[in-house]
Design a protein around this ligand. Structure first.
Ligand code: COA
Length: 259
């Protein structure tokens, strides 16, 4: 009997297992799917458990209608800037994502900000709707790139396009993202789920051992990726406590422009 479960991991991350395919849904629409420490922890645990489950063939991560993920919760960042530490669940999630041996498909509809975009560089297939917007406004928040994006983005799209997105803070439309090699294809909001389900079923039907080895071969730089993640995390944590970052977080939360 194929395994089928549909459950809530936390109130903000849903877990739907249909046979060989696990779908994780980021579900915090009231905050545009911004990620909290607890959500990173849930996602990390689900991916790590999936890696150890022989019967699991494909993982899908999706967000909600018109909003994939608005990045890290800026309220949490402000608390850390004042008197806290970066939650360990962030690096745990990033490392689980990088080391994940199962094919990962992202289904993106709408905004994909910060980690919502940098997650793409750890996925294997990505489909997005035409209304999707990709952005990494780290620098404008007084922060620096994360999720090994300082290494993986130039590798994917070349230095100048990566600099445009990461440092200049330009947003990319779905068309821009496709031409930059960030996503595979663009579709309508109605067609996104069926398209992703069809691709997941095709992947799940392939010989699992060969798929695993092929993915591993295409990710031989995992050690470098992990080192970059650790270095970025250390610098990110320090930068979080800078006055420029604190001002940018407060400005976002009070809906004003930083002075
Ligand atoms: N952290 C915390 N709260 C967030 C958030 C985030 N990353 N993104 C959105 N929200 C909250 C807003 O504060 C707002 O909360 P409120 O209703 O209590 O005031 C709610 O989600 C809706 O957001 P809003 O900005 O009104 O929606 P929008 O459709 O006009 O814009 C975004 C959507 C995603 C473009 C915009 O919210 C945004 O730019 N968010 C910040 C993205 C970001 O910089 N992330 C960090 C990257 S490291």
């Amino acid at each position: 009997m194929p395994q089928t479960t549909n459950q809530t991991i936390t109130s903000h991350v849903l877990n739907d297992r249909q046979g060989p395919v696990l779908t994780l849904t980021i579900n915090r629409p009231e905050k545009k799917n911004a990620l909290t420490g607890e959500m990173y922890e849930s996602l990390a645990n689900a991916i790590t458990a999936g890696a150890e489950d022989e019967s699991l063939r494909v993982i899908i991560i999706k967000g909600g209608e018109g909003c994939f993920c608005a990045g890290n919760d800026i309220g949490d960042f402000l608390k850390i800037a004042k008197d806290g530490m970066l939650p360990t669940s962030i690096l745990k999630f990033l490392k689980a994502l990088a080391a994940n041996p199962k094919p990962l498909i992202l289904a993106i509809d709408g905004v994909a900000v910060g980690i919502g975009t940098t997650m793409c560089f750890h996925a294997d297939l990505i489909y997005a709707t035409e209304r999707s917007i990709f952005s990494t406004p780290f620098l404008d928040l007084g922060l620096i790139p994360e999720a090994a994006s300082s290494y993986l983005m130039p590798k994917t799209m070349g230095h100048v396009r990566a600099f445009e997105m990461l440092v200049l803070g330009e947003s990319f439309t779905a068309k821009d993202a496709k031409s930059a090699g960030i996503i595979n294809d663009i579709t309508s909001p109605e067609e996104l789920a069926p398209m992703v389900e069809r691709v997941a079923a095709r992947l799940a039907a392939k010989p699992a051992g060969a798929v695993r080895i092929a993915k591993q071969l295409m990710r031989l730089d995992l050690e470098i990726v992990e080192k970059v993640m650790e270095k970025e995390c250390e610098l990110f944590a320090a930068q979080l406590k800078s006055p420029e970052a604190e001002a940018a977080f407060s400005a976002f939360l009070s809906k004003s422009k930083p002075s």
